[in-house]
Write a protein that binds this ligand. Structure first.
Ligand code: SF4
Length: 363
């Protein structure tokens, strides 16, 4: 069973840390929605159409008026999806919008809260405040959406251990089925990066970030969450099915600017540019991976998960090489190899997993 991803690249404004492709200019919404349907019609043969999961991401899909979203979904075969997620921001959540999302089949909402501290939210140019985030969670539940995932960020400007603990404990108090937590990164080209290079803000030091990560692992475990991917936590049986399919190399079809697809063999991606996507249609690029690139993809995705990498999926030569190259990491406890042949990075070592992956990736 496959997944369907639909990318909506519009946002109300730009968050200062964000380097995703998004635009506040919504003049071409209708053209985008028509092009998404055209793209689906053209590419529907690439993948089994019985979509088990649907994910409308962005950008901020909740920015799209409900009737336009309904019209888009009525033109796509998404009726049988077991998990249908939409990404939203708190400022767009009200009874009318949630009712409309439910009507099109949405049964899971992923919401970007990032922090419950209003000064931290203002520092990264988020449009909502803590009160609005709280109201949005309550509204979703009142309207019958219980499968909610919320995002937090640690390492925000002005954030210390106490305020991180407050945000984390506040989110955990809702006992949501799922949450994600990301370490802030300063990406070139973002407003945050410019402020850092101008000396106006100092990034959180590595030691504090590691303590924040440690607190995240401890508190989510105490609250009964499974840390099943480097940034993702779920109550029992509530992992994100859609995102899990990326990490297990299952097939998915991605529609829209910047969307990626994988049919089980070949990867494809669309240009991360609205004009190129609409005016240059069809502009999907085929990424012909060689064996080394395929292995590297597997390493990067599977070793981010608690399930790890099944060495039986590799050739004998690849498995042998990895066993040799991970001996040191296994000896110091940052990796493990299960009797069933699954290679894993340990939870605490995920924080520095980039360094481990650099050693294992073939160039
Ligand atoms: S809402 Fe999300 S996609 Fe849009 S600018 Fe903010 S972080 Fe980026």
């Amino acid at each position: 069973m496959a997944g369907l991803y639909i990318h909506i690249p519009f946002c109300h404004s730009k968050c200062s840390y964000c380097d995703f492709f998004s635009t506040p200019d919504r003049r071409r919404v209708d053209e985008l929605l028509d092009t998404l349907v055209r793209e689906f019609e053209m590419r529907r043969g690439e993948i089994e159409e019985d979509f088990e999961t649907v994910y409308i991401g962005g950008g901020t899909p909740s920015i799209i008026p409900a009737e336009k979203l309904q019209r888009l979904c009525s033109r796509l075969p998404i009726g049988r999806a077991k998990e249908f997620t939409i990404e939203v921001n708190p400022e767009d959540v009200d009874v009318e919008a949630v009712s409309a999302w439910r009507e099109i089949g949405v049964n899971r909402v992923s919401m970007g809260i990032q922090s419950f501290d209003d000064q931290e939210l203002a520092a990264i140019n988020r449009r909502h405040d803590s009160r609005r985030a709280t109201e949005a969670i309550e509204c979703l539940r009142r309207c019958g959406i219980d499968n909610i995932s919320c995002d937090l960020i640690y390492g925000l400007p002005g954030q210390d251990m106490d305020s991180w603990q407050n945000s984390l404990e506040k989110l955990l108090s809702y006992k949501l089925p799922h949450m994600s937590a990301y370490c802030l990164s300063y990406e070139p080209g973002t407003a945050l990066y410019a402020r850092m290079t101008a000396g106006k803000i100092t990034p959180t030091d590595d030691e504090t970030l590691e303590r924040m990560y440690g607190m995240l692992c401890d508190k989510t475990a105490e609250a009964g969450y499974e840390h099943y991917e480097i940034s993702n936590f779920a109550l029992p049986d509530m992992r994100s099915r859609h995102n899990s399919s990326y990490w297990t190399s299952s097939p998915y079809l991605g529609l829209g600017p910047g969307a990626h697809s994988f049919d089980g063999r070949v990867r494809r991606y669309n240009p991360s540019n609205l004009r190129a996507y609409i005016d240059g249609f069809p502009a999907t690029i085929i990424d012909e991976e060689n064996e080394t690139e395929r292995l590297n993809d597997k390493l990067i995705t599977a070793l981010r998960t608690a399930d790890g990498l099944d060495l039986k999926e590799l050739t004998q030569a690849q498995a042998r090489r990895l066993k040799e190259e991970t001996q040191g990491f296994i000896a110091d406890g940052s990796m493990s190899l299960t009797p069933a042949g699954r290679l894993r990075i340990s939870e605490r070592a995920w924080f520095t997993s980039d360094a481990i992956l650099r050693e294992l990736i073939e160039v």
